[in-house]
Design a binder for this molecule. Structure first.
Ligand code: HEM
Length: 306
């Protein structure tokens, strides 16, 4: 049975035309007419169970928007924008909207009620945190200029995003103001998401480079920043990560990985690997995913990058 077989739950009983369920799904509108379900390469991979959950979730969206924005009188009907996608409650039949909504369902094992709670909490958090302002903020180049790099793609076209938390960085200046760091980190995450077309790519690879860090780098501020950022990502950035590598981790510090275990959902933890130091060790871990031409030389690739 193909992955898309069984999605076609509401074809017109009068229709004797054979339906091409891989190209489009057909579903019944409120008036009983059949309407086409727009598809892209990502929605075509949804399973029948995922489609079922998505259809129920769509009906909950107006109510979710009303809960997220209690002060907005037209919240149930007004379109919102999330990660560059317009979510219009009056027309949710859009492939990229389906991809975004599916992230909340997948992060909650296809439970519509839990996915809805996460969706509402994410929209509220985005307002409270003021993600829009964080994205416009100018951060001092001498502090943040070398902290994040978006460079290259993996073999499946996913963007690769590097956080250089080691190196010769002034970690005291970076983490001295935890809230400012979080605004920078969230803005950097949003910038990385802009590279996802949500048509064929909807996840990224993240790399943390810890070259040169020591136990003294882990002060109260950097620990708070790390656990707060980690909690923001698991609560409000569902299913955006394909894999995450922690590279140049000093061997005596690998245990720190396990400190995060209680904070991170097990499915996310399974996407993470700790890699030792040196270009050849790192290359061995990353080259199966990222072509040498897309991988910086210092990580065992061939690219003349940062
Ligand atoms: C000593 C200096 C270190 C600093 C300044 C630091 C900084 C950070 C920051 C800011 C985050 C937030 C998440 C993000 O930015 O994507 C983070 C997350 C994390 N760090 Fe570190 N870290 C350090 C050492 C380590 C070490 C040695 C390990 C061991 C592998 C480690 C493992 C992790 C894990 C597992 C996460 C959670 C990732 C996530 O939720 O996506 N960290 N760290």
């Amino acid at each position: 049975m193909s992955e898309t077989e069984g999605q076609e739950t509401a074809t017109s009983p009068a229709s004797s035309e054979p339906q091409d369920t891989t190209a489009q799904e057909v579903q019944e509108s409120a008036e009983g007419a059949t309407v086409e379900e727009p598809q892209n390469a990502l929605t075509e991979k949804f399973t029948p169970k995922e489609w079922d959950a998505l259809k129920v979730f769509r009906n909950e969206i107006p109510d979710a928007l009303a809960s997220a924005y209690p002060d907005k009188s037209d919240a149930k009907t007004a379109a919102i924008n999330l990660w560059g996608v317009t979510i219009d409650p009056s027309n949710l039949l859009d492939a990229r909207v389906s991809v975004v909504l599916m992230k909340f369902l997948r992060a909650r094992n296809l439970s519509v009620s839990e996915g809805k709670v996460m969706f509402i909490a994410t929209l509220r958090w985005r307002d409270e945190f003021n993600v829009e302002a964080a994205c416009k903020e100018e951060f001092p180049e001498d502090v943040f200029g070398q902290l994040g790099h978006i460079y290259g793609k993996d073999k499946a076209g996913r963007p690769v995003v590097y956080n250089v938390y080691g190196g010769n960085q002034d970690l005291k200046a970076i983490f001295g103001d935890v809230q400012r760091f979080l605004r920078w980190r969230v803005a950097f995450m949003e910038k990385s998401i802009e590279l996802l077309d949500l048509e064929s790519t909807d996840q990224m690879i993240q790399v943390h480079d810890y070259a040169g860090v020591s136990m003294t780098s882990r002060d109260a501020n950097s620990k708070n920043a790390a656990s707060e950022a980690s909690s923001i990502f698991s609560s409000h950035y569902p299913e955006l990560l394909h894999k995450k590598y922690f590279i140049n981790v000093p061997s005596y510090m690998t245990w720190i990985f396990w400190l995060f275990k209680p904070l991170i959902p097990s499915a996310t933890l399974a996407k993470m690997s700790v890699v030792g130091s040196g270009a050849s060790t790192i290359g061995k871990a990353l080259l199966p995913e990222i072509d040498a031409k897309q991988l910086p030389k210092r990580y065992g690739g061939e690219a003349e990058a940062f």
